[in-house]
Design a protein around this ligand. Structure first.
Ligand code: CO
Length: 131
């Protein structure tokens, strides 16, 4: 059901500082968007068929703020492209994965996304992403 890695999500305390880091890495093309219901400001940096997604919390209540407080800046999730997210969620459930989202929500760039709980994926927060 997984087609390819869509993006790697990285939690950062300061989006502008992180953008400068990745600009020095050669990634200067960027789209910035706020996703208030997930409590984040997101920068998407395209790279080949994938992307780097930088996530900055909008408030202390944001799940990304809690992640930063607990673990510090770093990789937050890996997102996999799927053709049909409802089908992918059904398959994931049948295969014994724990769904954080039973219904897809809207992600950056208008994607339809859903998360699988890291405790069912060897500690990695997995995002399913349909574009
Ligand atoms: Co993501």
């Amino acid at each position: 059901m997984l087609k390819h890695i869509d993006h790697v999500g990285i939690a950062v305390p300061d989006l502008n500082a992180a953008l400068e880091t990745w600009r020095r890495m050669g990634l200067a093309d960027v789209e910035i968007e706020e996703i208030p219901d997930q409590g984040v400001r997101v920068a998407m940096l395209p790279l080949g068929e994938g992307k780097i997604e930088l996530l900055e919390p909008l408030s202390e209540e944001s799940p990304v703020a809690r992640f930063l407080a607990r673990k510090g800046p770093g990789i937050h999730h890996v997102a996999f492209r799927v053709a049909d997210i409802e089908e992918a969620l059904q398959t994931a459930k049948e295969q014994g994965f724990e769904l954080i989202d039973t219904v897809p929500r809207r992600g950056a760039g208008g994607a339809r996304i859903a998360f699988l709980h890291p405790r069912s994926v060897d500690g990695t927060l997995v995002e399913l992403c349909q574009r």
